[in-house]
Design a protein around this ligand. Structure first.
Ligand code: HAM
Length: 433
């Protein structure tokens, strides 16, 4: 007897999304697609792998993601590629390559790959929804991008998300700030946490958002990016803050907000949910990157965007409201057909109803009445249509309201030719009940 091959499973840090939750994914992506269109964005799809230089130059060779987390591989032709760790660099690469007219407003939904330590809310393959706008420095574009994310979270029903904003300044004022910060960190090197005492000089900005008390003390006593901004950057930041206030999007400034990629200039922001665990509580983030197009070989072009993790959004929805989350996951059909005459009637009814836009399912393999009724209950359908030999003979269908509480008006017979009309009417009634 040959041995059964070992069962294979999805890689560590990745997940299969199955129909019991995938409906929520469809709804989240569907809502985002509708809203992105309302905000004037068009969908952009780029390859899931790119020349590694797109990310090394884009997010910065010294960033943690590029140094430690990228999936880099050589293809059979000897080219070095990386799986996309985030969405922005690829979209900007596409912008530089295709020269579209500006402002260029792109939205995307994409998997992203990072070799992280897997834990709840942190995966090696996660999925992001996002937008990027290229070709304008207008602070009201930053506001529009932030507002789209905010309104999207609102429309999903998230109530425990707050917005943090900051400005990293442009290349010069940020450069001057980093010089001051280096001096401060060098003087206080021995007071930093173990990791940063050794590594601070690789990327001094990372020390700013270190959560350890030792680093916090040193940073609190050091220079602040808020004081280092040049006048145009300070004005840009003030205009973003005012624009948000004008449309009622609440924000808080946090000068410790440093994002993980080197491409950011001026505005940076993050959306955090207090329903999620501290280290994985960002449901979205983004900012401006006015150098990035140039770093990728294009003409100088300002840009701003955000990305939001779909898994984190679903975790936040689940943590905030079990009921709302379950509604989002609901994959019930409207109608379930129970056929006790062999299956042909179910086949015909399903086709007719589906063509009328009704979501219908049925049982197969000539199951017993009991087993078909059980399947009808499991399907979450509002009504069951029952066809037995007696119904077939008189040209009728029994329609059973699966949600009715009293037995009296639970089921009735209707003429076969009126089935679509009757089903639509019953569904409408049950929706308004
Ligand atoms: P990010 O902050 O690295 O930014 O990722 C955006 C969002 O993706 C995070 O707020 C989080 O919700 C989710 N996320 C990130 N890493 C993971 C992970 N390992 N597991 C689960 N979810 C995760 C960016 O990627 C930028 N491209 C955003 C942007 C767009 N900036 C400008 N435009």
């Amino acid at each position: 007897m040959s041995e059964q091959p070992q069962q294979l499973v999805a890689p560590i840090g990745t997940h299969d999304v199955l129909p019991d939750t995938s409906r929520a994914w469809e709804r989240v992506v569907g809502l985002f697609s509708t809203m992105a269109h309302q905000w004037g964005f068009g969908l952009v799809l780029t390859p899931v792998f790119e020349d590694v230089a797109v990310f090394n130059r884009g997010i910065g060779e010294k960033s943690d993601v590029a140094r430690k987390e990228m999936y880099v591989f050589e293809d059979r032709g000897g080219r070095t590629y990386a799986l996309r760790p985030e969405g922005t660099a690829s979209v900007v690469r596409a912008f530089v390559q295709h020269h579209p007219t500006t402002p260029w407003k792109a939205w995307y939904v994409t998997p992203a790959f990072r070799y992280e330590r897997p834990q709840a809310g942190r995966y090696r393959q996660h999925h992001q929804l996002g937008v990027e706008v290229l070709g304008t420095e207008d602070p009201l574009v930053d506001v529009e991008v932030i507002a789209l994310a905010w309104r999207f979270y609102e429309a999903l029903g998230l109530k425990r998300v707050s917005l943090i904003i900051n400005s990293m300044g442009h290349a010069e004022c940020r450069g001057a700030f980093v010089t001051q910060l280096r001096t401060h960190l060098e003087t206080n090197e021995t007071s930093l946490c173990d990791e940063h005492a050794k590594l601070w000089s690789n990327n001094p900005l990372r020390v700013i958002d270190c959560k350890k008390d030792e680093c916090r003390g040193v940073i609190d006593a050091g220079p602040s990016i808020a004081d280092a901004l040049c006048e145009p950057c300070a004005e840009h930041f003030a205009a973003v803050a005012e624009g948000l206030t004008d449309i009622g999007v609440p924000w808080e400034r946090n000068t410790r907000l440093v994002r993980g990629f080197d491409y950011y200039t001026r505005t940076t922001f993050e959306f955090v949910s207090d329903a999620l665990d501290g280290a994985q509580n960002a449901v979205g983030g983004g900012g401006r990157y006015d150098q990035l197009a140039q770093d990728l070989g294009g003409d100088p072009t300002a840009g701003v965007g955000f990305g939001s993790g779909i898994e984190r959004l679903l975790l936040a929805l689940e943590a905030e409201s079990v009921e709302g989350y379950q509604t989002l996951c609901d994959s019930s059909v409207d109608v379930f057909v129970v056929d006790m005459t062999g299956g042909l009637q179910a086949h015909l009814l399903c086709d007719e109803l589906r063509r009328a836009g009704v979501a219908v399912d049925r049982a197969y393999d000539g199951r017993s009445m009991k087993s078909q009724l059980k399947a009808a209950d499991r399907s979450g359908a509002t009504v069951a249509l029952l066809v037995g030999p007696q119904e077939l003979e008189v040209g009728a269908i029994t329609i059973r309201d699966l949600r009715a509480t009293s037995d009296g008006d639970r089921q009735r017979q209707i003429a076969r030719q009126n089935v679509v009309e009757e089903v639509l009417r019953t569904m409408e009634m049950s929706k308004n009940a």
